[in-house]
Ligand binder design. Structure first.
Ligand SMILES: Cc1cc2nc3c(=O)[nH]c(=O)nc-3n(C[C@H](O)[C@H](O)[C@H](O)COP(=O)(O)O)c2cc1C
Length: 580
């Protein structure tokens, strides 16, 4: 089929480049993989300049967290309980609970060894295991014996590096609108880490990874009974100011960090009855950062070879300038009023911490294992945000996300007992059904999937064996066809960008990564395994259902099934290098 992309600028046509939306669309088009041509990258791995996966701030004081065994306090709740609002007791903020939070969110989860090489894995997955995402926390005065200020999380040391001490009173003023005990969590990305390997497409992967890290952090908070909301009414300059990413002297020798987002966390059940802003008072932030800063960022690669200018362009075009003050504030609401999901007795023996620690990406699937339709439907229910509810009443982690969903799933069902193999579609926001039908081939079935719970908008589109097709469009990766099912995450693309602005381009990837993170853990809980798939041929995916123009674009693929272990690899404990 041919695409009508008339609304989008033609790659290379600079005349249309003044509109930020046109510019991010141009980035998107230019970084597609095609059957006959991959997005531009170096074409080989420049091992001599492989980026250091661990950022440190030299000269900043390091405060190590206690390393906790799984059977030490705070103990993990049952996995299913993190989805039953109000069932996980709220832990107070202590050195130990903060240690657990970072362990589950961003810490090392294992070392892998093959011959002479060793590499670390983390609680958060990352495209190519390159880990562009850096984590920060802003702590007010607490009884933790930590100065109020900004800290950078150092995963290899499992500790916090003190970047800046903030005035206690000014920070209290900044956090006054939020529930008591509130603190801030921030994420930045070192684009270079992904660009080193993936070239121009790297900006997409960095934002997938941000989405995954938002997910690991929200799930970590849920395991401690804490609340967390994305402060997305903030403009990006304020995020940059607070996280110190614009401090030229501190980064003079080093690869810059791109400020991504800030979230507010609070360790209590409070806050559901009140409305609070999802932004910060900029004047107070300006005062706060006039302080002493510590540390100089380490250089991650000796040399940087090719510069991918289009990434800088995408950064500039998607920069969030405005504060969405009027549009976006926390919507209060009580989940108890809605029976979201019933506890599953079959899962009562599985602990959340165990799922988080054992989560890995499958490198191969056995081409045999099937899952039951009940398991399949439960997994899909976990990614339904329930748009009919106010934000704070939505199921975790969608209570963190102050938007209605823009991502829907096109599923290749291979081995789900009780469902015929073929193509299915999960409509994550029912109000979008007509739009989705009108944006795709008019001959698709759109029948409710047989046996599917009534409140799950899962539709059957086409019957057939899609194993080869799924692998073929996923850059010929067998993992997409040898699994029980795989899927493409289709974004309501051009409409969302034109309506909400170019700053929404990264958020489409965040939403995809967040959704993927939920399913990584769901797969573990079901005794199978998942893998994110960033490499796919964009337009051949769209052609499967004849997507019209840029109405929908696939942003991320995912696959779940019976994993085959690579026995050549040895697995070692995450912090053995710190053991005495
Ligand atoms: C955004 C994203 C894209 C990924 N793309 C692929 C892919 O195309 N093929 C693949 O085999 N693995 C892919 N992975 C899996 C990563 O290689 C894996 O997360 C990384 O090696 C770390 O391993 P872990 O997930 O076991 O911690 C992707 C992961 C993410 C988060």
């Amino acid at each position: 089929m041919t695409f009508n992309q008339s609304a989008a600028p033609v790659p290379g046509d600079r005349s249309a480049d003044t509109d930020p939306v046109d510019r991010v669309i141009r980035y998107h088009l230019q970084t597609k993989h095609h059957f006959n041509r991959y997005a531009r990258a170096l074409g080989y791995l420049d091992w001599a300049n492989q980026p250091d996966p661990f950022r440190r701030f030299e000269g900043a004081e390091l405060i190590r967290f206690p390393l906790l065994n799984p059977n030490e306090e705070p103990l993990s709740p049952v996995y299913d309980a993190i989805y039953q609002r109000g069932t996980v007791g709220c832990q107070p903020l202590t050195q130990r609970t903060l240690s657990r939070f970072f362990e589950f969110a961003l810490a090392l989860s294992a070392w892998k060894r093959a011959g002479e090489s060793e590499w670390a894995l983390r609680s958060n997955p990352s495209s190519g295991n390159l880990h562009p995402t850096e984590g920060y926390v802003i702590l007010p005065r607490t009884n933790l014996n930590l100065k109020p200020g900004l800290y950078h999380y150092a995963p290899k040391e499992h500790g916090l590096e003190l970047r800046a001490v903030f005035s206690t009173e000014t920070l209290e003023k900044l956090l006054a609108p939020f529930p008591s005990g509130a603190f801030l969590f921030g994420l930045t990305s070192v684009h270079w880490r992904e660009a080193w390997k993936y070239g121009e497409r790297a900006f997409r992967y960095c934002h997938h990874d941000v989405g995954h890290a938002i997910g690991t952090a929200r799930i970590a908070a849920a395991a401690l009974g804490w609340n967390m909301v994305l402060m997305d009414a903030l403009d990006q300059n304020t995020v940059a100011m607070l996280l110190g990413t614009r401090r030229r002297d501190d980064f003079s020798e080093a690869e810059p960090e791109h400020p991504d987002c800030l979230a507010v966390l609070w360790p209590s059940g409070e806050g559901k009855d009140t409305t609070f802003p999802l932004f910060l008072n900029v004047e107070i932030v300006q005062r706060l950062v006039q302080t002493e800063w510590f540390g100089k960022a380490n250089r991650l690669s000796r040399e940087h070879g090719v510069q991918w200018d289009i990434i800088d362009e995408a950064v500039e075009a998607s920069w969030k300038m405005q504060t969405e003050a009027e549009k976006l504030s926390m919507q209060p609401g009580h989940a108890q009023e809605h029976a979201l999901s019933r506890p599953d007795p079959l899962m009562s023996h599985i602990l959340a911490g165990q799922m988080i620690r054992q989560r890995r990406s499958a490198v191969a699937f056995d081409g045999k294992t099937s899952i039951t339709s009940a398991t399949f439907f439960r997994m899909l229910e976990r990614v339904m945000p329930h748009v009919e509810m106010p934000q704070m009443a939505r199921p975790m982690p969608w209570d963190l996300w102050p938007y209605n969903p823009a991502i829907h799933l096109m599923l290749f069902v291979h081995r789900v007992e009780g469902l015929m193999p073929g193509l299915y579609f999960l409509v994550r926001d029912r109000t979008k059904l007509t739009f989705l039908q009108q944006s795709t081939n008019s001959e698709l079935n759109w029948d409710p999937a047989p046996g599917c719970p009534e409140d799950l908008p899962l539709y059957w589109l086409l019957e057939g064996d899609a194993k080869r097709l799924a692998a073929q469009v996923s850059c010929h990766q067998d993992i997409a066809g040898d699994s029980a099912f795989s899927f493409g995450m289709l974004a309501d693309f051009e409409g969302t960008l034109r309506e909400r602005g170019a700053w929404w381009y990264p958020r489409l990837f965040w939403e995809s990564g967040l959704l993927g993170q939920v399913l990584y853990l769901e797969a573990e809980a079901a005794g199978v395994r998942a893998t994110g798939i960033g490499c796919f041929f964009d337009d051949p995916v769209h052609e499967i259902i004849a997507v019209k123009g840029l109405s929908l674009q696939s942003l991320y693929h995912f696959t779940i099934g019976g994993a085959v272990e690579d026995r050549r690899l040895m697995t070692l404990p995450p912090y053995r290098h710190l053991s005495p």
